[in-house]
Write a protein that binds this ligand. Sequence first.
Ligand code: BGC
Length: 722
Amino acid sequence: MDTWYFEKRGWDSQSAVADGNRFLIANGYMGLRGTVEEAARLHCPAVNLAGVYDRHADRWREPVNAPHPLYVRLSLDARPLALGETEPVSHTQRIDYRRGVFSRHTDFGAAVLESERFVSLAQVHLLAARLKLCFREDGEAELRTGISTDLWDLNGPHLFDFAFSHGQTLLCTAVTGEKKIPLAVAQRAVCDFRCTERFETGEDGVFRVLRFAVKKGDVCRLTLLAAVFTGLDTPDPAQRAVTLCNQASRQGYAACLRESDEAWERVWQASAVEMHGDDEAALALHASQYYLNSIAPRHAANLSIPARGLSGQTYKGAVFWDSEIFFFPMFVHTQPEVARSLLRYRIETLPGALKKAAEYGYRGAFYAWESQEGGAEGCTDFNVVDVFTHRPVRTYFRDKQIHISADVVYALRRYYEITGDDSLLLAGGAEVIAQCARFYLSRATRHPDRETVDFADVIGPDEYHERVTNNAFTNRMAAYCVESALALRDIFRARPDFIAALTEKLDYARDWELLADLLGRIRKPRTRKGVIEQFDGYFALEDCSLDTVRGRLCDAREYWGGDHGVAGPTQIIKQADVIALMALFPEAFSDAQLAANWAYYEPRTEHGSSLSACMYALTACRIGRLDRAWELFEKTASIDLVGGGKQWAGEIYIGGTHPAANGGAWMIAALGFAGLRVEKGRLTLSPHLPKQLTRLRFPVTVGEERLLVTVTHEGWTAEKEE
Ligand code: BGC
């Protein structure tokens, strides 16, 4: 079985949207959904752009979808040969994960349409497709191909002032509504058959219509080369788009693909995990790695990754804690330059975090829960729509999920600890840590009659319980942040000038003392028989089963959290919370503690977020529950292949790929099954290989070197790669 390849046979309109995620091809700059060339808006085709946001009227700000330049629609004697309109004899869609290549084979009876396409990993503005048509009947064929502006948007429209030109190269330009960012898409077509050509421009885009007489047995080929640029890339996107299109057409499809393949090969050399013993699991892991690797912002030094990647506008294209806690680990261990980009994004968006803290009356840096460009908060106060009343529900993710700042600090510090490289700390990272610690200083609640301080009115990772006090995860993360700020003075012991300059710049002299005092006072969690109470009063909530709570739902799309949610009054939680804490600080807990907490919380966890299962799996590895670790790995790794995961939160569409689970799959394999740990450039392994596997092999970047780790049931080796 080829564990780098996924194929789906059959066509049904119902799963076209999910297939758009499953067959996504992306390169960090853009994501082209895995819909067929002729897909109608109903099937959600999109070219989703990273880091370009727009807000229409008072709707949610979200990333912009570019006009679609690989649109093709075939007809024969005026009969459409198009999925969605014509029932095919057969249809197969494939994705080659190693090369990021999408392909399809559709037999319409009268003709067979085959296509292949990619977005280049070598030239991130470039997309290309190659089509082959085999006719089984004589007739008059028509191919309509061009740049479609019939865009799928969740909260659009986002593009205005469309202008089109045609000739050898088609060009479509537009500007975004809010910030007037110009955008240009160009397309060139090369065909190997004689035809007449005419152009059409209209509300739905600019197209060339190719007409040609065909005979049974004729084979016709069409190649499309297209380019996308925005005003964020260059002052003249139109000129750049046309130039790249022309250059690519001189280079030719095959050469462009070869270049992209080579770039992918470098990615896999740095990161591919070989899993022996279970091919299905190996395929799921490769798929996960592909989905995450394909959205890494390798073209930019300061971008992060949205929670639904580049699969669409879900979650407003925003950056969550997913970046630091779930994406960062794979990248820091395999492609540290990507990890640096994620962190630089946070360093550069510090002004947004300072502003948000000030808006709420706090000092320091309070990062956006849903961070858009410049660190702007994308999360609204009403982030869920009630399915019964259709009214927006007041949610508190934006204002109370304060662990976000500490999550950023966690990754910054882990980067330093893993790589030993202090350059990010010196280039703004230390300031981020200091400002986040200052935020917790001002956010803590002191009591005149108590030594300890609380973090009251917060939300932990389990979003179903809002406005709680002393969430164990939040308190521990806040303490880690404060401790990290204090540790800066040790880290830069040899650079007192740096600490002095930081102290002066931030007017921090008094804060150092206050932080040292705060650290000792942050309330430690309460425990019962070794089980950490998730927050004050959690154990007093109704203790019922997941099925009981699920049975109380009146509508499958109902939101479980918030004021009236079914989970709120119970101990049922959305996702790993105490267990997430244990997965982030494994060395701080004994096996007995881990086992007690795992046994308590796992049955009470809905795993309603794709971020949950991997945290439980990591802890399951530590305590030897390898049977459960394996199940949770399969669930995590196959999420986008199977097309699972929640599609709705109340009335809000939340479908898309699941990069956090994708990162989680790598974490379970490398950090869980292999027990990888790298500290200051030193690698250790303490494997917990499940019985389903015979061997795991994967590369790890340690300092300047790449080591190839092999784990079997007999032991492990780590060899230097030549
Ligand atoms: C989860 C968050 C997560 C977000 C984006 C939510 O459903 O509860 O923890 O950050 O999705 O993935």
